[in-house]
Design a protein around this ligand. Structure first.
Ligand SMILES: [Zn+2]
Length: 257
């Protein structure tokens, strides 16, 4: 009974092309551990499987490629002795790059300020008189900063990234794992968007979706603080669906214009 209901719904869902549905996988224990929580002085209460190992908490000492002096900051965009721009440290957490606390409720104002400041200092124009190597490093640093900023700016990508740091990944492609009642609710909302006859109707759905997303943001933050990664993951799956609805509402509204 349950199963057939679920299957019926699944086929309706795929017909509606709702869903970037999501399945989950847990990569090998040693793949995704990086720095960040500890360095930023904030600890998530990780459950036992994902307890960070001590080996990654202390950073390997890095020397300036040009003057060979020890780099004293992490990440070091520039050498404080010779001012040469340094190659990006790909393993550095985006939170560390953006100098933000390792938390789901990241300070987006601070994030934005840091982004603008870094992009100013890494701008290619600043390096037109420098060596080809430094020009190349400034470009790759700038690309990395862009990626870090974009990932941390939106709650969905930020949450997914945090799960990844904790060793969990969400993958697109199947809707296994999503709660049937939730999928039913989603389907109804999607149909309501499709059938909305006026901008007001679509706007109302958009408003409700924002409220849902705000609620999910709080719940995800709480789950991460409690170290309940599985709950956080399930909530992020829901967030993903609601983010899709938000996009769909925007498209619908632009159709009315
Ligand atoms: Zn140097």
């Amino acid at each position: 009974m349950f199963r057939s209901g679920c299957l019926r719904m699944t086929s309706r869902l795929s017909r509606l092309s709702v869903a970037n549905c999501v399945s989950t996988s847990i990569p090998k224990k040693d793949t995704h551990f990086k720095s960040s929580a500890k360095e930023n002085g904030i600890f998530y209460n990780l459950n036992k499987v994902f307890t960070p190992r001590t080996c990654y908490t202390s950073r390997v000492k890095v020397n300036c490629w040009k003057c060979k002096r020890l780099l004293d900051r992490e990440p070091a965009f520039f050498c404080s002795s010779c001012e040469a721009v340094q190659p990006p440290e790909e393993e550095t957490s985006f939170f560390t790059i953006m100098d933000c606390d390792y938390t789901f409720t990241v300070d987006t104002h601070k994030l934005q300020t840091r982004y603008l400041q870094l992009q100013r200092s890494l701008h290619p124009d600043n390096f037109s008189q420098r060596s080809a190597k430094e020009q190349e490093y400034s470009e790759s640093q700038s690309a990395l900063v862009n990626k870090a900023y974009r990932t941390l700016l939106k709650p969905l990508s930020r949450g997914l990234y945090m799960l990844e740091l904790e060793g969990m990944r969400l993958e697109e492609g199947t809707d296994s794992g999503a709660d049937p009642n939730f999928l039913m609710e989603l389907m109804e909302i999607n149909e309501a968007v499709d059938e909305a006859q006026t901008p007001e109707e679509a706007t109302k759905i958009g408003r409700d979706t924002k409220v849902k997303l705000a609620g999910l943001t709080d719940q995800i933050d709480a789950a991460l603080h409690e170290g309940d990664l599985h709950a956080a993951k399930a909530l992020l799956v829901q967030m993903k669906y609601f983010a899709n609805i938000e996009e769909k509402v925007k498209e619908k509204l632009s159709d009315f214009m």
